[in-house]
Design a protein around this ligand. Structure first.
Ligand code: NAD
Length: 351
């Protein structure tokens, strides 16, 4: 399995995006965020997306240098149209505005519609906690045929719809960031590429049978669906994401009248909250620490906090490189080559 140097990889991906029209700072941000997903162990949201981003830019489904435009809201509430720019830049732009509004008002909210893929939602929670804010994000994805079956159903009718909550804590924040599907759809692709099964309880065949075979989603036969995590609970959260991130923002939900041929389209509702305006300090920080210590003392060294697995993966991958499966590396290098990047420059990222 190829091992890749993260810094060289950022430069390669940025060059690829520049070649399809992204200005250097935008290309650099998108590339850095995609590589960060791999560094944090979320391979579903890193390099395997690059050929698709390139293709979507070439098909003009992405407006590479678009920034979000505020189209509504007042005071501490804002509605943004992402004008189909790269989600990594749009998401950062509107989150920064939300943090500034929360600094002024204590609590701020935004709706974001019409943005290309926002990637790893934890990136926006990390921005919030770095400014001492709590960040809460609900996201829906209207991107081709919906992949997640409702609880009790057998066909895809919703997106993988992530929820993310960041809470400041010293030295490391809590970053809870997951898809409401049993696993992210990109992880099914990673398993399919690697010829590995997915965990039980994540997939159903088109006939409603439980399956661990990733080919249910990516093989030649009739397509099955992903299930929500936690039975009716995850389903309920996925549905709420459709409503908060799709209906409330004006971006649209996965119902059939919403166009789903515009690439990877995300809607997001964000809430930024300044804990200093609600809870007394240091009481809040001390109480957060106390409950975290309490739960971790259940099995010392065994109980992690949300955000810990990503920090561990990042430390390991910064030191040893990012492992990419052969299919992902093959697709990425073929795409770079097609864009005219010299073979030697592509291979230079390999450790
Ligand atoms: P996941 O199932 O790996 O869960 C990750 C979360 O669980 C993290 O907060 C992690 O810290 C926490 N966690 C994991 N193991 C833990 C443990 N032992 N103890 C405590 N906490 C633990 O994540 P996922 O559902 O595969 O999502 C992966 C990424 O995909 C996320 O960054 C998400 O935002 C992104 N995503 C994006 C979209 C989109 O449309 N933009 C859609 C779906 C998912």
């Amino acid at each position: 399995m190829p091992q890749i140097a993260h810094d060289a990889l950022i430069q390669l991906v940025a060059e690829m995006l520049r070649r399809v029209g992204a200005e250097p700072p935008i290309a650099q941000q998108v590339a850095a965020d995609l590589v960060e997903a791999n560094l944090q162990g979320h391979d579903s949201h890193g390099m395997q997306l690059v050929p698709r981003y390139v293709e979507n830019t070439e098909k003009q489904l992405i407006t590479p240098n678009a920034l979000a435009e505020q189209v509504g809201g007042a005071g501490s509430l804002a509605v943004w149209d992402g004008r189909m720019g790269y989600g990594q830049c749009i998401g950062r732009q509107v989150t920064a505005a939300g943090i500034a509004a929360a600094r002024e008002h204590g609590l701020a909210g935004f709706g974001l519609r019409n943005t290309h893929h926002l990637g790893r939602i934890g990136a926006y929670a990390e921005m919030a906690v770095a400014q001492g804010m709590i960040g809460i994000f609900f996201v829906n994805a209207v991107s081709g045929r919906p992949v997640v079956a409702p609880f009790g159903g057998t066909d895809g009718r919703m997106g993988t719809n992530p929820i993310c909550i960041g809470i400041p804590k010293s030295p490391d924040p809590i970053i809870l960031d997951f898809a409401t599907s049993a696993i992210a759809v990109g992880k099914v692709k990673v398993a399919f590429n690697a010829g590995k099964p997915v965990p039980p309880g994540a997939l159903v065949t088109h006939e409603g049978e439980s399956s661990t075979d990733a080919a249910v989603m990516y093989g030649q036969g009739p397509r099955g669906a992903l299930l929500s995590f936690g039975a009716h609970k995850g389903y309920g959260l996925a549905l709420v994401c459709e409503i908060l991130a799709g209906a409330l923002t004006g971006g649209g939900t996965n119902q059939p009248a919403t166009p789903n041929d515009r690439g990877i389209v995300n809607g997001m509702m964000g809430i930024l909250l300044d804990p200093a305006r609600l809870a007394e300090n240091p009481g809040f920080a001390a109480e957060v620490q106390a409950i975290c210590d309490h739960v971790q003392a259940s099995a010392p060294g065994q109980v992690l906090l949300p955000g810990d697995p990503e920090r561990r993966a990042k430390a390991q991958r910064m030191a040893n490189g990012i492992p990419l499966d052969d299919v992902t590396w093959g697709d990425l290098s073929a795409c770079a080559s097609r864009l005219g990047i010299a073979e030697a420059a592509i291979r230079a990222v390999l450790l």
